[in-house]
Ligand binder design. Structure first.
Ligand code: PMP
Length: 435
């Protein structure tokens, strides 16, 4: 079948490596022609051939309210009318920082934020800050967690690194990779052993608040709290990466569902995606004492020409203000329905599967038994996903183009959109069974 997407992809491949600007978009693990999108509204996206799909990617998370929410678009248009970028501070940046702090509340320990443009920058800066503040070099991360594409954080990373089956990345010097200790997720003994093996040398433990980049890998109850305790006892910082979960799984992110009740907080939070409402914006935050290590007050350097961009800040402010309890209730309900339907359809066809879940985030793993860590996520009949994915796509439903990615619902997924997903699932499950 040759259509407008094939033509767009052929042209793109001549101009862009792989025809894309971010690897998973290339459909590498599911095959076929990626859909080239020209517009998006509510729960729908429209491709270059004019075909509409119910979207379950939500720009990989940011579109919490659905695509192009009219009030968010209006806020961005109003900001644009006043200028696109000043390279100087704006009152709105302070407002956004205050709003994020207020959303999480005093117990989060967030007193100050720095706004950056991508999640990659947020985690990269958090690591540099942790190293600068502790005077130590080593960093602990967990296998299958993705924290963006900075050199030290690609080892056994999730997301596109997992999709492509890579151990890390070429171009990362071995001495830099050696500063990252990669441990199995949900394994506190491994964390204790790492601290014992490297006394006084670990600057930080970085963890996804809930793993969602190797499919969903939820933290076991008490895991994050124990990381908090272990890190503190060893003089290391805990960085809770909420780039994906922040303001998505609830008004105060994953921490709001767990840490707030359990009475713990990380030293640093990283945010991205929803906090920018679909525009390039991310942040890191923590106590004033820690954050003041950043330039211009302290010796840890970080900067950005477009940091705190006025359009992005406007989108973030509008999105967070609209993300009320009702929005989260709708997302939770839609996610419970869709996850349930996926499971029913696969069960009806006798396809072994589990639906790993972390609040409103879920994914499919074609295996039996719990998915606790990356090795479990990899040990599945992943080949069943491409035909499943393509059957959905043929029926006008756009699921994530990799089994290692979470499914994203939005507050705009209404009955019509949900019905279309439900109707497409039996055929997709049959395709998975036949694979
Ligand atoms: N951390 C997490 C947990 C993420 O999911 C991602 C992106 N999926 C990042 C960091 C990197 O964010 P960005 O793609 O904006 O650089």
């Amino acid at each position: 079948m040759s259509d407008a997407n094939d033509a767009a992809f052929a042209r793109a491949r001549a101009a862009l490596p792989g025809g894309v600007n971010s690897p998973v978009r290339a459909y590498g693990s599911v095959g076929g022609t990626p859909r080239f999108l020209v517009s998006a509204r509510g729960p729908y996206v429209t491709d270059v051939g004019g075909r509409e799909y119910v979207d379950l990617v939500a720009s990989w998370g940011p579109a919490l309210l659905g695509h192009a929410h009219p009030e968010v678009v209006a806020a961005v248009q109003a900001a644009a009318a006043h200028g696109l970028s000043f390279g100087a501070s704006t009152p709105a940046e302070t407002e956004l920082a205050e709003l994020v702090s207020a959303r999480l509340g005093d117990a989060s320990g967030i007193e100050k934020l720095r706004l950056v443009s991508t999640g990659t920058e947020a985690t990269m800066t958090a690591i540099r800050l942790a190293r600068g503040a502790t005077g130590r070099d080593l960093v602990v991360k967990f296998a299958g967690h993705y924290h963006g594409h900075s050199d030290g954080l690609l080892a056994e990373a999730g997301s596109g690194v997992a999709t492509q089956g890579l151990p890390g990345s070429a171009g990362v010097p071995a001495p830099i990779a050696a500063q990252t200790l990669v441990l199995p997720y949900n394994d506190l003994d491994a964390v204790r052993a790492a601290f014992a093996a490297h006394p006084g040398r670990i600057a930080a433990v970085i963890t996804e608040a809930a793993g969602a980049n190797a499919g969903v890998l939820a933290p076991e109850p008490g895991f994050n709290r124990s990381l908090r305790e272990l890190a503190r006892a060893e003089g290391a910082l805990l960085i809770l990466d909420e780039v994906l979960t922040g303001f998505r799984v609830g008004p105060a992110g994953w921490w709001g569902l767990e840490g707030a009740d359990e009475g713990w907080a990380p030293d640093l939070f990283t945010f991205g995606k929803v906090v920018g409402g679909g525009m390039p914006l991310a942040a890191l935050g923590g106590s004033a004492v820690l954050m003041d290590h950043l330039a211009p007050l302290g010796p840890v350097y970080q900067a950005g020409t477009l940091s705190g961009n006025p359009l992005a800040v406007a989108a973030g402010l509008a999105t967070l203000r609209l993300a009320d309890a009702d929005a989260y209730a709708r997302i939770d309900a839609a996610s419970a329905l869709v996850g349930g339907w996926v499971s029913e359809a696969l069960t009806a066809e006798g396809v072994a599967h589990v639906i790993p879940r972390a609040s409103s985030l879920f994914s499919i793993a074609f295996r039996e038994g719990a998915v606790r860590e990356y090795a479990d996520a990899k040990a599945q009949e992943a080949w069943r996903y491409p035909p499943f994915f393509h059957a959905l796509l043929d029926a006008g439903v756009s699921a994530p183009p990799s089994v290692f990615e979470a499914w994203f619902l939005t507050a705009a997924h209404d009955d019509a959109a949900l019905d279309r997903i439900r109707a497409a699932l039996p055929t997709a499950a049959r395709a998975a069974a036949a694979a």
